[in-house]
Write a protein that binds this ligand. Structure first.
Ligand code: A3P
Length: 289
């Protein structure tokens, strides 16, 4: 039906099987020097990968211009990612969208650095709609109205956004865990990158920091063929119908939600997050951008 199912959660149909996911869950071993990027899809995952790649290369764009983004920080849950990461020596970067309850248990015994990127789910919904209609690895929605329903019911890839967030933020307070919002990254990229450097124990010279900012900008990523997914096999992603680097702004949902949809979403958001700390959702304060 357009997904591979694992423990009741929809996964993409390409490069996954339930048996493979079981293998990853049971056998993947984290090392203390690993860096893990976690997100619900469309939260700014690839932007964060680009920034981390540049922080580790001290602003030198050589790495981001010669290696595709998915090889720099492979997705652990894909067969490709698992195979590449499993026996890799030295520090590893990796990415994942898997909810906490299905994640390899070895993470919780390691000191691997974990960054969870969070974004206004309304913008995730809109971004997801325009992305999935270009892709051939998850079920394609027929309209935004339809995708809105799927999203609020959690019948989208990697399940419910609300469950995903609630699960992962249970790690909050751990020394090796950082939550960063797309909105704060967008609003003050320099400060957010400095916060990342501090968390990762990396020190950059002012000109190195400037280069990180320049080379990870929306425009730079849109033009970098190693980051804009134009290198991905055409049958996986058909960017004739839309672009992976779509708009890169906060609050675009306002251009797509009807008044009724905005109300429905607000109500569900309030209900499902009522007991969670408000500072997790900075965009709610910033006049709903
Ligand atoms: P939009 O569709 O709203 O434009 P992910 O990497 O998790 O799939 O998220 C993709 C979203 O991040 C897209 O959002 C994309 O445009 C945005 N994005 C990617 N790189 C960005 C950048 N450098 N600056 C701002 N937004 C960026």
């Amino acid at each position: 039906d357009g997904y591979v199912w694992f423990e009741g959660i929809p996964f993409p149909v390409v490069d996954f099987t339930p048996e493979h996911m079981r293998e990853v869950q049971e056998n993947f071993v984290f090392k203390d020097e690993d860096v893990l990027i976690l997100s619900f899809p469309k939260s700014g995952t690839n932007w964060l990968i680009e920034i981390l790649s540049l922080i580790y290369s001290k602003g030198d764009p050589k790495w981001i211009q010669s290696v595709p983004i998915w090889e720099r920080s492979p997705w652990l849950e894909t067969m490709y990612g698992y195979k590449t990461l499993k026996d890799k020596e030295g520090p590893r970067f990796m990415t994942s969208h898997v909810p906490i309850h299905l994640f390899p248990k070895s993470l919780f015994k390691s000191k691997a650095k974990v960054i969870y990127i969070i974004r206004n789910p309304r913008d995730i919904l809109v971004s997801g709609y325009f992305f999935w209609i270009t892709s051939n690895f998850v079920k394609k929605p027929e309209s935004l109205e339809q995708y809105f329903e799927w999203f609020i019911q959690g019948k989208v890839v990697f399940g419910s956004w609300f469950d995903h967030v609630r699960g992962w933020i249970s790690m909050q307070g751990k020394e090796n865990f950082l939550i960063l919002s797309y909105e704060e990254l967008k609003r003050d990229t320099r400060s957010a990158v400095q916060k990342l450097c501090q968390f990762l124990g990396k020190k950059l010279e002012p000109e190195e920091l400037n280069s990180v900012l320049q080379n990870s900008s929306f425009q730079a990523m849109k033009e970098n063929k190693m980051s804009n997914y134009s290198m991905l096999r055409g049958w996986l992603l058909d960017q004739k119908n839309g672009s992976f680097m779509r708009k890169g702004i906060s609050g675009d949902w306002k251009n797509y939600f009807t008044v009724a949809q905005a109300e429905v979403f607000d109500k569900i958001f309030q209900e499902k997050t009522a007991d969670l700390p408000r500072e997790l959702f900075p965009w709610e304060e910033w006049s709903n951008t």
